[in-house]
Write a protein that binds this ligand. Structure first.
Ligand code: ATP
Ligand code: LTN
Length: 338
């Protein structure tokens, strides 16, 4: 343990992919094993920035939490909770919208990618990064493990926190992003120039944590490569095969160099068969643990998690309210020390 405080979140916007696992959740588990104090959130308020079916959203929320646990997160060691169960997120989100600048949000790339520049996109998709800043700052997180796509949001979070501290008084800890060197950007199987995403239209673009061995083999066999038939790591000229090599290396623990040597002169077909087997082996353990978890157990852990998270979040929110100058609701004295 090193006095770090960790916060991160995953949206219940679809089935978790091996991108979510290798880029984020694997780091969560490692930090937990290092004994760090950590909060891991299922960010349902973020998920509704794009249309969701209410029944499915409820199911996915429990599923993501169950998968967190099946991947190795232990609710006795790390706090696991659902974002909407802690109303402080929405409230601080609003307050920080009055600190963040339009110019800053205009520079964010995610709403442009997801919204396609249309006027009919909802406002939540645009202010999404401010809510993410609220998530992190409520817990005074020192470190935030994420995939590379979130780097820009972390920079914004730091800027908002710094501005708030200067304008209103020291309150927020400035968080550091933790982005792995490999695995931070797993690419889509059908378009290896794009990141693998759980909400992309084409299901063949991703491997989800609950895929069967047959499905994994089918998806890997269909993964786009190139016509060279040489297994070499070169993300610019050979993005498809390089992505498959990264995935192989992350799941097997063998280095990319070692894999290039092992597969020198081998055709793509046999390489893909081996890769499918390596993924299947790793996911089978997660799937076994997932099947053993009961829905009741997961929901009970989330309720306990929300209580623990609320205690921390409320303390920060109370200080933020005072610094803004809001009149306390109860007979709490205005002069009460922060
Ligand atoms: P969506 O497609 O709905 O936007 P997503 O698959 O991008 O979802 P998120 O819930 O937004 O997933 O992300 C959860 C975590 O997983 C984040 O830390 C994110 O950076 C990481 N992550 C997502 N996709 C990848 C990927 N392809 N490679 C590495 N990390 C990823
Ligand atoms: N924006 C993130 C999900 C997310 C998050 C967070 C990650 C919401 N709040 C706080 C880390 C910390 C995403 O789209 N992957």
């Amino acid at each position: 343990m090193s006095g770090k405080r960790i916060f991160s979140g995953v949206q219940p916007s679809g089935n978790l992919t091996i991108g979510n696992y290798l880029g984020a959740i694997q780091q969560f588990v490692r930090l937990q094993e290092d004994g760090e104090e950590a909060f891991y959130c299922v960010v349902d308020l973020h998920a509704v920035t794009v249309p969701q079916n209410p029944e499915e959203l409820r199911e996915k929320t429990v599923e993501v939490a169950a998968l967190y646990m099946a991947c190795g997160l232990n609710p006795k060691k790390s706090t696991l909770f659902v974002q909407s169960h802690v109303p402080a997120h929405a409230e601080l989100g609003w307050l920080l919208q009055c600190v963040a600048r339009i110019g800053e949000l205009n520079r964010m790339t995610q709403y442009k990618e997801k919204g396609g520049g249309k006027d009919t996109v909802n406002v939540g998709l645009y202010t999404y990064p401010v809510l993410m800043a609220a998530d992190i700052l409520l817990y005074q997180a020192t470190h935030v493990p994420v995939g590379e796509d979130q780097k820009q949001h972390l920079e914004l979070t730091r800027d908002i926190a710094e501005r708030f501290n200067k304008q209103f008084g020291e309150l927020f800890t400035l968080p550091e992003p933790m982005i792995g060197e490999v695995g931070a950007r797993i690419m889509a199987l059908d378009e290896p120039q794009k990141k693998m995403s759980k909400s992309a239209k084409n299901e063949m673009s991703r491997i989800i944590l609950l895929d069967s061995p047959e499905m994994i083999l089918k998806k890997i066999k269909r993964a786009v490569t190139d016509t060279e038939n040489e297994i070499r790591y070169d993300p610019v000229r050979k993005p498809g095969i390089s992505n498959l090599l990264s995935i192989y290396s992350l799941f097997s623990g063998e280095s990319i160099d070692a894999l290039e040597r092992k597969y020198a002169g081998v055709q793509y077909g046999p390489f893909k068969n081996d890769l499918a087997e390596v993924i299947t082996d790793s996911l089978s353990e997660i799937q076994r643990r997932y099947r053993e978890l009961s829905r009741e157990e997961v929901i009970a852990s989330l309720q306990e998690g929300a209580e623990k998270a609320s205690e921390v979040a409320e303390q920060t929110l109370r200080k933020a309210r005072e610094l803004f100058g809001f009149l306390p609701k109860t007979n709490q004295l205005l002069s009460e020390k922060l």
